[in-house]
Design a protein around this ligand. Structure first.
Ligand code: 3MF
Ligand code: MG
Ligand code: MG
Length: 403
């Protein structure tokens, strides 16, 4: 059937691949590309676009992703920025037609400019809220024009540093109104792909509102959007929230909001966007097992939201990084497929819950019995639960035979 790349729907991201020059909080750029230097900004933006397509060709990757600010210079007004974004978008569209490469998703950068320092849609200043509405409108228009299969929103500045200056209830209401406006507009222009919120805790604000999948789901529910909006799950963000990557995927799937993946890796030093390329096969196998159980990647994909390290001045490392991570994903996909086909994992789970299939337990589960009825039955039937094996070491050992 399908090739690995078709199953995994890999995407190269604009921001780490082409825009990031190797900064960290202690030092400046370590590798300057031509477009990081002085010169005509629109010329640089065109060269950057061409370099994106050259990278995609070398890697044979079917999708790319971008922020509006990655593809075009800001200029000195929103009018000029919109014009720049549209001009580069036409250039991208031409390249897409020539190569067959597609856009996995677009997104608006509402976190880099200092105007967003106290929030984007959750800013105490309504002018910032309005500005964000205008910026997202244009980015969604352009994403549609380019045939984007999703539209992503990461609330990079949607959070607070201290509650002492923050009206949390008001800010959450602003976020809800904003998302409803975006969803309404998406329907108005007939954008077919899902809107995806990307949860992340802890950075850059001290408390991010879209902390993790569970928090985003409760926010969607509170705003009546749980059928409209899905999530883009990032490996490093899951780890930063104290979860595992596979937990966030499994939870999103259980809640019916699993959308797409930003792939990278954090470690025990997670934070400040370390975003290493994911190369750990057993870890990826656990994630892909959950993705396969969730029905695979349909509109979503695997976007390499990962950066090469500051010392990787030679652009070859960018290719090695992507190839290495794709290879790890391919090996992990084979392992995950074996985990499913073999059937032993599922059999253990089925066995563990089998007692629920008994009619009296089905009745208890589906509301035919009251709490007092159940209590009466426990006493009259002398129900006395005994410890049962969870088979955990057996399963963890089994896992090692697949990878
Ligand atoms: C931050 C991120 C972001 C998002 C991006 C698109 C800059 O940790 O992961 O990357 O992925 O804004 O949603
Ligand atoms: Mg991301
Ligand atoms: Mg990230």
């Amino acid at each position: 059937g399908k090739s690995m790349a078709e199953h995994l729907r890999f995407a190269v991201c604009y921001w780490h691949t082409l825009c990031w020059p190797g900064l960290d909080p202690f030092g400046g750029e370590t590798f300057l590309r031509p477009w990081h230097q002085a010169g005509d900004q629109m010329d640089h933006a065109r060269r950057k676009a061409d370099m994106m397509f050259e990278t995609l060709r070398l890697l044979n990757v079917p999708f790319f992703t971008f922020h509006d600010l990655d593809i075009a210079p800001e200029g000195s007004s929103l009018k000029e920025f919109n014009r720049n974004v549209s001009t580069i978008a036409s250039h991208l569209l031409k390249k897409m037609d020539e190569t067959g490469v597609k856009l996995l998703w677009g997104t608006a950068n509402m976190f880099s400019n200092r105007r967003f320092m106290a929030g984007a849609a959750t800013n105490p200043d309504p002018d910032v809220f309005a500005y964000c509405a205008a910026q997202v409108k244009h980015c969604l228009d352009v994403t549609k024009e380019l045939g984007g299969e999703n539209y992503v929103m990461w609330g990079g500045r949607e959070g607070y540093e201290t509650l002492l200056n923050t009206d949390l209830k008001r800010e959450l209401a602003q976020a809800g109104r904003f998302l409803n406006l975006v969803v309404d507009y998406k329907h108005k222009i007939g954008f077919k792909g899902p809107i995806l919120i990307e949860p992340k805790p802890q950075e850059p604000t001290k408390h991010q509102y879209d902390y993790d999948v569970a928090t985003v789901y409760s926010f969607l529910k509170a705003n009546g959007l749980e059928k409209e909006v899905k999530v883009n799950i990032e490996q490093n963000h899951a780890i930063l929230a104290g979860h595992t990557f596979e937990h966030e995927i499994a939870l999103a799937s259980a809640l019916g909001i699993f959308g797409s993946i930003d792939l990278n890796r954090g470690d025990y030093q997670s934070g400040w966007d370390t975003d290493q390329f994911a190369m750990n096969v057993p870890e990826l196998a656990l994630a892909l097992y959950e993705i396969l159980k969730a029905g695979g990647l349909t509109t979503g994909g695997m976007n390499f939201d990962a950066k090469i390290r500051r010392q990787s001045i030679d652009p070859d490392d960018l290719l090695h990084a992507h190839v290495g991570s794709m290879d790890a994903c391919a090996r992990a996909l084979i392992a995950a497929a074996k985990m499913i086909e073999d059937g032993r994992l599922k059999a253990e789970v089925d066995k563990r819950y089998a007692k629920w299939d008994e009619p009296k337990n089905q009745a208890m589960l589906h509301g035919k019995e009251s709490l007092a009825d159940i209590a009466g039955r426990v006493l009259s039937e002398n129900i006395d639960p005994k410890p049962r094996s969870g088979r955990q070491e057996y399963l963890e050992n089994l896992l090692n035979t697949y990878v």
